[in-house]
Write a protein that binds this ligand. Structure first.
Ligand SMILES: [Mg+2]
Length: 215
């Protein structure tokens, strides 16, 4: 078994951490409060996107009436209060462990704020698996392209030996922008149909990643 990559950039939310139900619940609390219809999980996976402001609009929020900054803060406040309701995906630890044993380095590249990312990674006691933890310096979940570029530079390895594993079209865009391979998993925040529109392999769960990482 030969490894195809020396480094894996993991997305966190929706890829290693299963926070999809919590995110659906939080957006629905906001929508109900401002008299809009709640989303089913399926609808959520069909409209969730980065920057998250665009998905708020798709959910029906009118930014001439409501401030994105205020709603974004409300969202993150509830997320921080309830984040321990989330769990790692059942196979996350197995995957991290297996890759570590095979001497593939790992990092997290997340649109979550850096401080909160460190806290939650420590909470789940998985910090030791990662060489770098890279999160944004604010709470508004915008783009991680610049963050990804900086991380790739820091790794000082051939980009062909790096793969980004994520659960959204944005993960694919980031990988393309920084010139690394991408593998998408459809068990997170976006539907399989949307991920399949990217020029990257899409699998159903963490169980299916290994054939893409080894020859
Ligand atoms: Mg994600």
């Amino acid at each position: 078994m030969l490894k195809k990559y020396d480094h894996i950039m993991w997305d966190w939310n929706g890829t290693l951490l299963n926070d999809v139900d919590l995110c659906v619940s939080i957006i629905n609390n906001i929508l109900l409060r401002i008299n809009l219809s709640p989303l089913s999980k399926e609808m959520y996976k069909n409209i969730f996107t980065f920057p998250v402001k665009d998905y708020y609009e798709k959910a029906g929020i009118d930014f001439t009436k409501y401030s994105f900054e205020v709603l974004g803060q409300e969202w993150i406040r509830e997320y921080e209060q309830r984040r321990l309701e989330t769990k790692l995906f059942p196979k996350s630890i197995d995957a991290l462990d297996f890759l570590k044993q095979n001497e593939i380095d790992q990092s997290i590249l997340s649109a979550y704020s850096h401080e909160n990312l460190i806290d939650i990674v420590r909470h789940f006691q998985v910090e030791q698996y990662f060489k770098h933890l890279a999160g944004l310096d604010h709470i508004y979940a915008t783009s991680k392209i610049n963050l990804g570029r900086d991380l790739a530079k820091k790794l000082r390895i051939d980009h062909e030996r790096i793969i980004l594993i994520g659960d959204t079209v944005h993960d694919f865009e980031v990988a393309k922008e920084i010139g690394v391979d991408c593998l998408l998993i459809a068990s997170g925040h976006q539907s399989k149909e949307r991920l399949q529109q990217c020029n990257a392999p899409v699998v159903d769960s963490l169980d299916d990643i290994y054939s893409f990482l080894f020859n």
